[in-house]
Design a protein around this ligand. Structure first.
Ligand code: BES
Ligand code: MN
Ligand code: ZN
Length: 489
């Protein structure tokens, strides 16, 4: 769908040209483009301010049917995210207008505070991601995605950026897959079905993948994961995906929470909290999506995805508060609250992954706590790691991709709150506050001395409303973040 091409606006016919415009500076080098921008700015309603939009039809001495100008505000304020948002808005404009193709007037990075590759990458991402429509469950498909987005480029740029278009398409395609999985309702992604869905995608991408069923989990004594799954008629699955290039020296394991529906269990969630809980497998979706992209990006290190998948339901066979279970690692856990299920499935998956793969780095992604959303809001993920370098690398990847992360602490003395009279640990804190932290501390008890980071994505995994390059529903948060990070580990 993405294409980098040199386009002579005087000679070539262009159906829809979209042009980013700054209010204070000309950001285009093509003379014709600059004169078109001047023509747009001659209208008092268009100044190039952020949010300004104007369309000129059949501008003179060109083969352009329509040129749509988008104001971005002042040039000095522009970041990669500004261009991602612009391209997302532009592609959505075309989708809403029923226009099948769009040519984007790539601005010059000269004089801007971002590099040319960052700029072009951001534009491509916005265009790809903004073009996603989730209408699988609608009889009438109201909108059709744009078929082609052409980025105007010089011959030299064309050479340099055709590869970029491919990698952006791979990463954003994976991000869109993750969105689709998250938005798919729980009745269509019960553990077995979800496991098969992601396995199928991984196989198609050429990854080695395996589904472990409940009998395997019983034999291996995944006591915590099985405990969460025992309330549901749909049995748990553990899925692994491996990307293993020849000669790799390092291994990173990604673990993603895959609760296909979190009712809370016997500690049933109330109305108002339960309605969106189909999104509780967003960590697993992000990890599976990242693996798909990794298969295209081909980094030099070994990357493994591990996804524990369960449905948390209340029933006559469900775990009860007060039950004591034995985890894969051998530690016993008293169930203080059946709604703190994510940490239970994660610790079994992580302890197994450590034993199986001896990773140099272990990262888990999970929609783990409402407390993290209270702390950081709905758009920023919490990062926990005893390894400052790893935490910094994640926060930096978040800044680049605008999948924002903020580090929260792992204070040793708060572990006190997880002590239990009868078992080695309680699955919830005895106190009321710092729930995101105590959840992360609980996880930290199961990873030995592995270099590890936990990312709580309970806020940003889901969007109530559409934004510039994302529709309502699953956001695919984590895929772009992890893809950016993996190259730098
Ligand atoms: N899946 C939820 C966390 C969550 C909340 C995700 C809101 C997305 C949005 C998790 O399993 C959960 O229920 N956590 C409890 C923990 C508590 C029982 C200690 C919570 O946050 O209330
Ligand atoms: Mn829960
Ligand atoms: Zn949950």
């Amino acid at each position: 769908m993405l294409e980098v091409k040199s386009v002579n606006l005087k000679r070539v016919k262009v159906d829809t040209l979209v042009v980013p415009v700054c209010e204070d500076r000309d950001i285009h080098t093509d003379k014709l483009l600059s004169s078109l921008v001047d023509a747009a700015k001659a209208f008092p309603e268009f100044k190039g301010k952020k949010g300004d939009v104007i369309t000129l039809f059949q501008p003179a001495e060109t083969g352009i049917a329509r040129a749509v100008f988008f104001g971005l505000g002042k040039a000095g304020s522009l970041s990669g995210e500004s261009f991602r948002a612009f391209a997302g808005k532009a592609v959505k404009f075309c989708v809403n207008a029923g226009l099948p193709a769009m040519t984007l007037a790539t601005p010059s990075a000269a004089g801007l505070t971002i590099e040319a590759e960052t700029l072009l990458g951001a534009l491509m991402e916005g265009a790809c991601l903004g073009n996603h429509i989730f209408d699988r469950y609608k009889k009438e498909k109201e909108k059709t995605p744009v078929k082609k987005v052409t980025f105007m480029a010089t011959a030299a740029q064309k050479k340099a950026y055709s590869g970029l278009a491919k990698s952006v398409a791979a990463v954003c395609g994976a991000s869109v897959m993750a969105r689709e999985w998250v938005t798919t309702p729980s009745n269509d992604k019960r553990p077995e079905a979800f496991a098969e869905m992601i396995q199928k995608a991984a196989r198609a991408a050429g990854l080695k993948t395996r589904i472990m069923d409940e009998r395997w989990l019983e034999k291996q004594q995944f006591g915590a994961m099985l405990a969460v799954g025992q309330g549901s008629s749909a049995k748990p699955r553990l899925v692994s995906m491996e990307y293993s290039p020849k000669g790799s020296k390092k291994t990173v394991v990604l673990v993603g929470k895959g609760v296909t529906f979190d009712s809370g269990g016997i500690n049933l969630k109330p109305s108002g909290s339960i309605e969106t809980m189909k999104m509780d497998m967003s960590g697993a979706a992000a990890v599976a999506g990242t693996m798909l992209a990794v298969a295209h990006l081909k980094p030099a290190l070994k990357v493994v995805g591990v996804m524990p998948i369960v449905e948390n339901m209340p029933s006559g066979t469900a775990i009860r508060p007060g039950d004591i279970i034995r985890s894969f690692a051998g530690k016993t856990i008293e169930i203080g609250n059946t709604d703190a299920e994510g940490r239970l499935i994660l610790v079994d998956a992580m302890a197994w992954a450590v034993k199986q793969y001896q990773p140099d780095t272990l990262i888990d992604l999970a929609t783990l706590t409402g407390a993290c959303v209270v702390a950081l809001g709905e758009k920023i993920a919490g990062v926990f790691s005893a390894d400052r370098q790893l935490a910094d690398a994640i926060v930096a990847a978040g800044d680049r991709t605008h999948e924002r992360c903020w580090q929260l602490p792992l204070p040793e003395d708060y572990k006190e709150l997880l002590k239990n009279d009868f078992a080695d640990l309680n699955n919830v804190s005895s106190g009321r506050w710092g729930g995101a932290i105590t959840a992360a501390l609980f996880l930290s008890e199961f990873i030995g001395d592995t270099r590890w980071a936990h990312i709580d994505i309970a806020g940003p995994a889901w969007a109530k409303k559409a934004s510039d390059y994302c529709g309502a529903g699953g956001t695919g948060f984590g895929v772009r973040l992890l893809c950016d990070l993996i190259g730098k580990l």
